[in-house]
Design a protein around this ligand. Structure first.
Ligand code: NAI
Length: 414
């Protein structure tokens, strides 16, 4: 079936982006070498529905080296990079995605991907899994299972599993140590600020930054804001996370209070309606709002549209909302993930860990999927540890090893 992308003439730029990140993804390179030698995925069709930028593209090529027929689509209308999509097609992969697609086109792309009747899926946010449980149950006929990349997708999977409606095994890659400890914290921490700074060309130092949600992503976003010289405020609904934020040196307060003082707002909760009408009403003139949570429902842009007298695109990825009283509020990337819709996503070295976990999750599903229960699974600790060891080796670090005496002292009755 023929790919659907924006412009194949962008392929050489896309290939350069993919080659660049490959230089910094040694763990995935090691796995790619093994997969190629063993032809691990020969005869398997794998659908990858993850933010389509260079690192995802590289993961897809690694699976193809292992013999898989790889079908690639995006996981968000604004995060697909057209040159990268073209690069992949040029390398012989099938791609259905383009930047700034409509919601209808987005669903059409996922459906096209599912038409290939995958053996394995790699999902990001749960849209593919949702289709496989509703309008595309026909596409499950060869499906062994799959894996999920992000927190929000894992929440959706667990809700399905708890309702006893999940019909194939899924691995929550997000819940592996080598994913959330690094990708969610340090990846989001860096790439969110990259996205905000390159989009606005404004300072962070000296500003009041409000981070909504102090989970793994929020910790990273707050930490890096502090490093950039901002005064950081955190909003939370979980008392334990809130106290963690306080002991990490941040002020915790409700959003309705934070709304009055913030210069830059970043939501990373995975929840909806975190910033709404009551907050817009009290915000300072020229406040900047963005979201790094999976869906574009955290900053309620519809509320803002209804309140504003007009709005206009003032710079790429910045929409200015003009309020009745003369204030302007700026929304970045339409309230979609700012680091991906207005940036290149996480650094390559971080995605090396996440996507090595994804590659091993695909291999795990291939070998064990048929025997696994229709539930949400986490890869065994040994897989996590193996990835961490490979990564440390590639970075030139070494570990100590427990002596037998030390092992016995720690783990046996004495
Ligand atoms: P998490 O579960 O570790 O943290 C979320 C935090 O938000 C929790 O502490 C929760 O108590 C808090 N929260 C929930 N509702 C809230 C509300 N209304 N107001 C204030 N706080 C609230 O989740 P994690 O891993 O930090 O992920 C957060 C979101 O970011 C998810 O949607 C996830 O899919 C997405 N994500 C985005 C990435 C990116 O590249 N932008 C990368 C990884 C995850």
């Amino acid at each position: 079936m023929q790919s659907l992308i924006r412009d194949i003439s962008l392929a050489s730029e896309g290939r350069k982006k993919i080659d660049w990140v490959a230089n910094f993804m040694p763990t995935l390179n090691t796995l790619g070498d093994r997969f190629e030698k063993e032809q691990t995925f020969k005869g398997q069709t794998i659908v990858v529905s993850v933010h389509l930028e260079a690192k995802t593209a590289y993961l897809s090529t690694v699976l193809k080296r292992g013999g898989a027929d790889v079908i690639v689509t995006g996981s968000n209308p604004l995060s697909t990079q057209d040159d990268v999509a073209a690069g992949l097609v040029d390398m012989g992969l099938t791609v259905y995605a383009w930047y700034n697609c409509t919601d209808e086109e987005y669903t059409m792309f996922l459906n096209k991907a599912l038409d290939h009747k995958p053996h394995i899926i790699i999902d990001d946010g749960g849209d593919l899994v949702s289709l496989l449980h509703t309008t595309r149950t026909d596409a499950k006929e060869r499906l062994l299972g799959g894996s999920e990349e992000t927190t929000t997708g894992v929440h959706r999977l667990k809700a399905l599993a708890e309702a006893e409606q999940l019909t194939f095994p899924m691995i929550a890659v997000n819940d592996s140590n080598c994913k959330y400890l690094f990708d969610n914290r340090y990846g989001t921490g860096q790439s969110v600020w990259d996205g905000i700074m390159r989009t606005t060309n404004l300072t962070v130092t000296g500003k009041n930054v409000v981070v909504a949600g102090y989970g793994w992503c929020g910790k990273g976003v707050a930490l890096r804001a502090k490093g950039l010289g901002a005064h950081v405020y955190v909003t939370e609904v979980d008392p334990i996370k809130a106290i963690e934020a306080v002991f990490d040196g941040f002020k915790v307060l409700p959003m309705v209070e934070a709304a009055k003082i913030g210069d830059i707002f970043c939501t990373v909760t995975g929840c909806k309606d975190v910033i709404t009408e009551e907050h817009y009403a009290v915000m300072k003139d020229r406040a900047v709002l963005c979201n790094a949570g999976h869906f574009d429902c955290e900053v309620n842009v519809k509320d803002l549209e209804a309140m504003a007298v007009s709005h206009e695109r003032v710079r790429q990825n910045i929409e200015a909302y003009h309020m009745q009283d003369g204030r302007q509020l700026y929304v970045l990337a339409e309230g979609r993930l700012v680091n991906l819709a207005a940036g290149d996503g996480h650094p390559a070295e971080i995605m090396d860990l996440s996507f090595a976990m994804q590659a091993l999750a695909a291999e795990y599903i291939l070998h064990h999927g048929a025997d696994m229960s229709d539930d949400v699974h986490v890869l065994p600790y040994e897989v996590d540890a193996e990835i961490a060891k490979l990564k440390l080796q590639s970075m030139g670090y070494d570990l100590d090893t427990l002596t037998q005496e030390q092992y016995d002292y720690l783990y046996t009755v004495n």
